[in-house]
Design a protein around this ligand. Structure first.
Ligand code: TEU
Length: 524
């Protein structure tokens, strides 16, 4: 297949994830917003990305920064309201950038009118039946209905007070207590999601990232989970809270709606390890794309990385879906830190960006990745992720990778906002890595990303759906993309002799023609 010819745009795109609170603040309240994104579209054009994935901007009390949705068909005033989103859709399209939104079907906010009605209604009522209410166990129903834990820590059940003032039923929330799980056995729930899908698609949105796409359906009887060995913010494949077979009917439903809008894409957040189970979500009548998090979980180790690449490709191949690649997002943290931090962490992150962008399929960049940002160590008193409270202050949560982007100037808030009191504090050291400084410096990480994305988008050597591994020393990886690109990664501590070919790009200067440790090179 030729470049772009006949293939869906999303099958080989570079997506850029905008965490709206942290991207750019247009109104000086210290929180990023949609007009901030509009003002920076030129920047995204310079970076060369094809599409934006916007974390939730719908109406929300922000208990989980937008993943607690109180009105799925309106934009929160904090982000500029509906008019600002319309400006962003139009502006992005003028820049030939697609725009995809986050869709949160597993749960709503506890402030959603449905949940408020459920609280006011009686046990067994239609209003309660939109959520998962159960009587408690034990004397007086004083114990939760089962032993499920919230992903953020603590029990996944909260007890309500009935209208007569007595302790009442419990409701399920796999995440925060302010995020009650919807009852997907109730057809009303899908009917409402259909409205939401059509609402945004009619307004020109190019698709959705589907939150907890492996959630929604719950196993009958809500059997206990194996609580032992459970870790916060992650789960295994045998966990009854997720990946119940009933979820696939929901995805088929979603697909039927989305198919009415040619070109629109669905991208599921699928935390399922087993390749065969993961691939079920990519059947031709389900999701278009699925996040595969293996690369984000791999150590900077040649064996681990190769294993992650092979499994990601194998999983996608089961249903002939495009593979997807992620090194960082607003949940898993920044890869510079994961790879050891400091100068070495950054070198490795640049090298891995080249691996990711050399692979077939779709790549996701997380805002700030192109600047080489690392996670920020924040003081206790500014932490906002519900995980911090719910874990009894044992798990710091995800705020460290959500700090606002440094745009310009020599001191916080670095052009992010007119207000110095940004929603999370920005480290003064970021003076050295602002967009302004990096745009001017041809050796910067930003200039490196721009070049890498440009090569990926313009060179025919990046064609081809397959890769072949070439012989390499144990601590290195070398693969050839169908179109002829060769990508070499040195994850060891000795210089690597590169295969013959013309050097297109290297993540660091070569040493006498050899690739230094913690570096990657592209050759043709
Ligand atoms: O994350 C879902 C989810 O399962 C994550 O908690 C995941 O297990 C963990 O972060 C892996 O490190 C999504 C959103 O991406 C997250 O930001 C929300 O908090 C969550 O859903 C609830 O909506």
């Amino acid at each position: 297949m030729g470049r772009g010819g006949g293939r869906a745009w999303w099958s080989h795109a570079v997506f850029y994830q905008v965490y709206p609170r942290s991207f750019a603040d247009s109104n000086g309240d210290g929180v990023g917003d949609l007009d901030g994104v509009v003002a920076r579209l030129e920047y995204l054009t310079l970076l060369g990305v094809d599409a934006i994935w916007l974390n939730p901007v719908t109406v929300s009390p922000m208990a989980d920064h937008g993943y607690d949705v109180a009105d799925p068909r309106d934009v929160d005033p904090l982000f500029g309201g509906m008019a600002a989103l319309e400006r962003l859709i139009a502006g992005a399209h003028r820049h030939q950038i697609k725009i995809t939104m986050d869709l949160v079907p597993n749960h709503t906010s506890s402030q959603h009118p449905w949940f408020q009605a459920a609280l006011a209604a009686k046990p067994g009522s239609a209003a309660r039946n939109r959520y998962i209410f159960r009587d408690g166990r034990g004397p007086g129903g004083s114990m939760p209905p089962n032993n499920w834990e919230s992903v953020f820590g603590g029990p996944a059940w909260t007890r309500v007070t009935e209208r007569d003032g007595t302790p009442g039923q419990w409701y399920l929330h796999l995440f925060d207590a302010a995020q009650p799980d919807l009852n997907w056995d109730n057809p009303e729930v899908f009917d409402d999601l259909e409205k939401t899908l059509r609402f945004w698609l009619e307004r020109g949105v190019d698709g959705f990232r589907i939150d907890v796409a492996h959630g929604m359906a719950k196993p009958p009887g809500l059997p206990d989970m194996k609580a032992k060995g459970n870790r916060l913010l992650r789960h295994r494949d045998d966990d009854p809270r997720f990946n119940h077979a009933g979820v696939h009917a929901i995805h088929r439903h979603i697909r039927r709606i989305v198919d009415d809008y040619p070109g629109a894409v669905t991208i599921g957040e699928i935390w399922v390890d087993d390749n065969a189970r993961w691939a079920e979500y990519l059947r031709p009548d389900e999701l278009h794309l699925g996040f595969n998090f293996r690369l984000a979980k791999a150590e900077f180790d040649a064996h681990d990385i190769r294993d992650a690449v092979d499994n990601t490709l194998a999983a996608a191949a089961i249903e002939d879906a495009p593979p997807t690649w992620t090194l960082a997002n607003h949940d898993v943290g920044r890869e510079v830190t994961r790879y050891g931090g400091g100068a070495v962490g950054l070198q490795r992150a640049r090298a891995m960006a080249m691996v990711m962008l050399a692979l077939p399929g779709t790549a996701f960049l997380y805002n700030g990745q192109e600047l080489g940002l690392s996670d920020v160590e924040l003081p206790d008193e500014v932490l906002q992720d519900p995980t911090w409270e719910r874990s009894g202050h044992t798990e710091r949560g995800r705020d460290g990778c959500r700090v606002p982007i440094p745009w310009s100037g020599d001191a916080p808030p670095f052009g992010f906002s007119a207000c110095s009191d940004t929603w999370l504090p920005m480290p003064p050291e970021w003076a050295a890595v602002t967009v302004e400084k990096q745009l001017r410096d041809p050796a910067s990480t930003l200039s490196f990303f721009r070049r890498a994305v440009e090569l990926r988008r313009t060179r025919a050597e990046f064609d081809g759906d397959r890769i072949d591994w070439l012989p390499a020393p144990r601590e290195a990886l070398i693969f050839r993309r169908g179109g002829g690109l060769i990508c070499a990664l040195n994850a060891g501590d000795r210089l690597l002799t590169l295969p013959d070919g013309e050097l297109l790009l290297a993540s660091t200067d070569l040493a006498n023609g050899k690739l230094p440790p913690n570096a990657a090179a592209w050759l043709v």
